[in-house]
Design a binder for this molecule. Structure first.
Ligand code: SF4
Length: 373
């Protein structure tokens, strides 16, 4: 059985989309551009750069664009080149770029068993475009072709009147209810939940208080249990995981990082994997459903990532293939060495010092700009 060595969240630098969801963080921040990205390296180079040998073992890759991931034609050969290394890949998509699915579903069966699609269920946009039937057909086709699927709805206040309709659509077309994620308000520094509801009402509406009228989504429950909590434990992000910009090859420890390195320019150069430790630079771990369920903070109790993504359908079938389910049921601390307390202390002290120096230099910059006015 394959074991997960590292997890990489990969950014596809596309900022255009064929939908216009009001809650999308690109819409909120006015960052839409109508052009496709440039990739500085060929899919072959990307594949070599991400070889199993260089990364230390088999890894899980999440591919996500700021806009629609599957719009750039390059995504097809890039996905293939990562699968060719033996890794497991999940692609976040709105499920609307049919041409790309037609290409990808031609991959060998053995590749498709290690490939999954996370369909973002943009109910209101699909309804507006009268595209719900074709959208569900695409998902059925992807599943029948031997890929994993996972479907998640962004729980916006505007969707509340349609909850019963959404549930019926999911059960009839997907065999199970969709999962529920949490949208964040990226215009605010502390990245709060994007809702006008009080927390208790929000929870009751989408979760139903555990087994009630909600969606019974492990993704929603775990995400909510960590949302808004500043992480102070030792986090192995940077050592067991990383964020890669597929357009450039820049690898960072997490969404914010103490250092970054290019791993595509020279595919033979060893990669520096250094953990962020107890110095998380984000207000909270807003994508904990992936990072923390895979075990980046080993002492934090969390369900397996497979549980967050999978659903067992009424007919007994599952959304994840047996291969994907087994791989994502693993924890990173099972295939990596835990650092000693002494090693952790050294890492924490080094980054703390760097942080203080960064803050001092930023403050100096601000003061000198003030005096120049
Ligand atoms: S706690 Fe979460 S956001 Fe912070 S460094 Fe770790 S994985 Fe990244």
């Amino acid at each position: 059985m394959d074991h997960i060595k590292r997890f990489f969240d990969c950014f596809i630098p596309v900022t255009t989309c064929n939908l216009r969801c009001h809650y999308c963080y690109i819409t909120l921040n006015g960052q839409f551009e109508n052009k496709l990205p440039e990739f500085k390296h060929s899919p072959q180079t990307i594949g070599k750069a991400l070889s199993k040998e260089r990364l230390g073992g088999l890894c899980h890759f999440n591919l996500c664009g700021a806009g629609e991931t599957l719009l750039p034609p390059e995504t097809t050969p890039i996905i293939r080149s990562i699968l060719e290394q033996g890794h497991y890949v999940m692609v976040v998509t709105n499920g609307m770029v049919q041409k790309r699915f037609n290409e990808i579903l031609q991959f060998p069966k053995e590749f498709l068993a290690r490939l999954g699609f996370k369909f973002s269920f943009h109910f209101l946009e699909l309804k507006r475009l009268n595209a719900l039937d074709s959208w569900f057909n695409t998902i059925k086709n992807v599943r029948e072709s031997g890929c994993s699927i996972s479907v998640e709805l962004t729980p916006t206040d505007e969707c509340v009147p349609y909850i019963n309709e959404i549930k019926a659509l999911c059960v009839n077309n997907l065999g199970a209810l969709c999962h529920i994620t949490i949208a964040r308000d990226s215009r605010k520094k502390d990245l709060p939940i994007l809702t006008n509801m009080p927390l208790s009402q929000y929870k009751e509406t989408w979760d139903g208080g555990g087994g009630g009228s909600g969606f019974d989504s492990e993704m929603f429950r775990f995400k909510l249990s960590t949302f808004g909590i500043k992480r102070k434990e030792f986090c192995y992000a940077g050592l067991w995981s990383g964020c890669i910009n597929i357009g450039t090859g820049d690898l960072s420890q997490c969404y914010s990082s103490f250092y970054s390195q290019n791993i595509f320019d020279d595919v033979n150069k060893p990669i520096k994997f250094i953990p962020i430790g107890a110095n998380c630079l984000k207000p909270h771990c807003f994508n904990s459903h992936a990072w923390l369920t895979l075990g980046l903070i080993p002492e934090l109790k969390a369900p397996a990532y497979a549980q967050i993504r999978n659903r067992i359908c009424g007919d007994g079938s599952a959304w994840l293939t047996p291969e994907m389910n087994a791989f994502l049921s693993g924890k990173l601390y099972d295939s990596n060495r835990l650092l000693t307390l002494n090693e952790q202390k050294k890492i924490n002290a080094a980054w703390k010092k760097k942080r203080v120096l960064q803050l001092i230099s930023r403050a100096r910059g601000k003061i000198s700009r003030l005096f120049k006015r």
